[in-house]
Design a protein around this ligand. Structure first.
Ligand SMILES: Nc1ncnc2c1ncn2[C@@H]1O[C@H](COP(=O)(O)OP(=O)(O)OP(=O)(O)O)[C@@H](O)[C@H]1O
Ligand SMILES: [Mg+2]
Length: 246
């Protein structure tokens, strides 16, 4: 089986691994029926370009109690009174390029702003996979994406999760995230063998369950340079230099 280097390709491949399935939010091509049935099932969904990056082109739909729908993108919010009118607005975007629909994960908040995580995983000298960095991304108020290039603020993971989980449990939780990141990267590298690094985007819900939003094959290093503490950034650069040499 050939899997394209797109969000859909990587999702399809990850789903073949029984170990990763529980971490994958349901995702489909954004057909009218898929958007309709996933909204019924989950109440809120994300729509994203199959080939997008940087959080661009992303929309969020929420079904409100009174049979209405809100559509958010950028800072804008629009309300629709029927699924038909909502879908015709959405399809003006989705018709032009391939779009996916994904169950929305209600992200944990820090000071009233949602956040998610990026785990940087790089190949080591022994051709294994090491987690070389982990950073939290705090959304700008009123934004539906946390991306650095979309106004998100990089923050230490410990700080963001400290109101939700403390002490030994926190250390254990971070370890669990690292194991998830390196495991997923190792698995992906079997079908995507030419990439020296993966960036795993993880959402955490209110039950502290991690969800894999997507895996990037050319993860941005600069987000780690935005942290005051440069330890991770230096490690990431040194892995990249080592890979160039070998
Ligand atoms: N299913 C979801 N539930 C909750 N939030 C989501 C979901 N999908 C995406 N988001 C939010 O939108 C952001 C961007 O999504 P995603 O990483 O899939 O898109 P992208 O444009 O490929 O970004 P990049 O390539 O820069 O990582 C996520 O970091 C997250 O904040
Ligand atoms: Mg992403």
């Amino acid at each position: 089986m050939v899997y394209a280097n797109t969000k859909w390709g990587k999702y399809r491949y990850l789903k073949t691994g029984a170990r990763w399935k529980p971490y994958l939010p349901q995702t489909q091509w954004a057909s009218r029926t898929a958007v309709s049935s996933m909204l019924k099932r989950w109440g809120a969904v994300y729509l994203k370009p199959n080939n997008g990056t940087g959080g661009y082109g992303i929309m969020k739909i929420t079904r409100t109690g009174n049979g209405r729908y809100t559509l958010k993108s950028g800072y804008a919010t629009r309300t629709f009174h029927s699924f038909g009118s909502l879908y015709s607005a959405v399809s003006r975007h989705t018709a032009r390029r391939g779009y996916l629909v994904q169950k929305a994960i209600p992200l944990l908040h820090y000071k009233k702003r949602p956040f998610d995580l990026r785990i940087m995983v790089q190949r080591n000298r022994q051709r294994g996979w090491d987690v070389t960095g982990m950073v939290g991304r705090l959304a700008r108020p009123k934004k539906i994406v946390t991306n650095y290039h979309n106004g998100g603020t990089p923050m230490p993971v410990e700080k963001l999760i400290s109101p939700h989980i403390q002490g030994k449990r926190r250390t254990g939780f971070i370890q669990e995230l690292k194991t998830l990141g390196s495991g997923v990267s190792e698995f992906l590298s079997a079908k995507y063998p030419h990439f020296p690094a993966f960036g795993v985007d993880v959402a955490i819900d209110a039950k502290l369950k991690p969800w894999i939003l997507e895996v990037n094959t050319k993860p941005d290093k600069s987000i780690f340079n935005a942290l005051k503490n440069k330890t991770m950034y230096r490690r990431i650069l040194s892995y990249a230099r080592m890979q160039k040499r070998s």
